[in-house]
Design a protein around this ligand. Structure first.
Ligand SMILES: Cc1cc2nc3c(=O)[nH]c(=O)nc-3n(C[C@H](O)[C@H](O)[C@H](O)COP(=O)(O)OP(=O)(O)OC[C@H]3O[C@@H](n4cnc5c(N)ncnc54)[C@H](O)[C@@H]3O)c2cc1C
Length: 353
């Protein structure tokens, strides 16, 4: 991404400040330890370094943080600036047709409301909208993710030492993700938005007040020094969650229709790799990228609707209840614990804490 921005003069506010995962409750400590263990098992311990209390406070000071692990190889961007840069550079090579919603896809042809396009190969890379496309509907579900943005608070950031541009996530399953911006604001996100039904993308993914409130509560809870920072913006969108939380790429059997989906809310960096993979699928290239498990693994199937929605809704409510109780220092109810444990008991790889 750095090479792309440099080569094309795109100022996407790329900041290579690394990423911290912090735990905010005893129940979240395991997520920090897991990062360290996985990096060690892969032979790259330097990629996930556990910090002492002092080291953590030097990067970001909060009375809520218990443990922290630092991932050096991470960066933040201003995504709208990046996407405008991508659009400009793409348009130098191809003709873009915006506002032309595809309504039907078949081998060699796509149909929009205003006309159709013929092509030897079709690439379906439509993010959460792919959950409503038959070939992928059993492998994807849609969740809402929402963020709030504060007014510029550079002096508060100085006070809590958060001046290195680190991205931060906590140890919740419906995680809080937060970062600073070049103009001294704090963005706090919550991945706890509504769950979709049958691939429908409606306004619950852009206008869900309770999830905006949860993101704001996350800000006030995790960063008490920012208790009075004013929120100036809030927004949300749908994310394409795959059945094992990893992206996947492939070709519809017997057709020249290729797809990439399932970034599960973490697609900004990985979609660069996804683009390389999709280009190879179109060109029929067989190399180390098309042999990655992102392409070759068997992606588990989710239950059909309405079971997916009902089961997903029950598990979501249970996990949220557990995470909120733990932050409040209470023991979650037996019903919440049972609901939250359901995916693991059923051997699913989604919705597990
Ligand atoms: C609030 C929020 C916060 C997020 N935070 C992060 C983060 O911190 N880090 C991270 O890595 N990721 C984050 N994500 C996820 C990230 O935005 C996505 O994973 C990433 O953009 C996926 O890239 P993509 O190319 O697959 O899809 P997109 O960039 O969404 O592109 C898909 C395109 O398909 C188009 N499309 C959809 N349906 C049709 C149709 N029927 N016909 C024609 N075109 C169609 C859409 O208009 C869109 O332009 C966040 C998402 C949200 C909503």
């Amino acid at each position: 991404m750095r090479a792309f921005c440099e080569a094309h003069g795109v100022d996407a506010w790329l900041r290579e400040g690394g990423m911290l995962r912090v735990s905010a409750t005893p129940g979240q400590d395991a997520s920090v330890e897991r990062d360290v263990e996985v990096a060690r098992a892969l032979g790259v311990p330097e990629e996930a370094v556990q910090l002492s209390d002092e080291e953590l406070a030097q990067r970001i000071r909060s009375s809520r943080f218990r443990k922290g692990v630092f991932h050096r190889d991470c960066a933040t961007v201003q995504p709208a600036r990046l996407v405008r840069g991508l659009r400009r550079v793409a348009a130098e090579h191809i003709r873009l047709y915006e506002h032309s919603r595809v309504k039907m896809i078949e081998d060699g042809r796509v149909e929009t409301g205003r006309g159709s396009v013929r092509a030897k190969d079709v690439v379906v890379a439509v993010n959460a909208a792919a959950a409503g496309w038959k070939p992928l509907q059993r492998q994807l579900t849609v969740f809402g993710s929402y963020v709030v943005l504060t007014e510029p608070v550079p002096e508060l950031l100085e006070r809590i030492n958060w001046t290195g541009g680190e991205a931060v996530i906590d140890g919740r399953m419906f995680l809080h993700y937060f970062r600073t911006t070049n103009d001294g604001r704090v963005l706090m996100g919550s991945g706890s938005g509504p769950i979709g039904f049958a691939g429908r993308i409606d306004e619950r993914f852009t206008r869900d007040r309770p999830t905006v409130e949860r993101a704001e509560q996350g800000l006030r809870y995790l960063l008490p020094e920012l208790a009075d920072a004013r929120i100036t913006h809030a927004w949300g969108g749908p994310i394409d969650v795959s059945s094992d939380h990893l992206p996947f790429f492939g070709t519809v059997p017997g057709k020249r229709i290729h797809y990439g989906a399932g970034y599960s809310g973490h697609g900004v960096g990985p979609s660069w790799l996804g683009g390389q993979i999709l280009a190879r699928l179109v060109l029929g290239v067989d190399d180390e990228l098309t042999r990655l498990p992102f392409v070759t693994r068997r992606v588990p199937k989710l239950p059909p609707e309405p079971i997916k929605r009902l089961g997903g809704g029950l598990v979501r409510a249970s996990i949220l209840a557990c995470e909120e109780a733990e932050e409040a220092g209470r023991r979650p109810s037996l019903a919440a614990r049972a609901g939250a444990a359901l995916p693991r008991v059923l051997g699913l790889r989604i919705g597990t804490r």
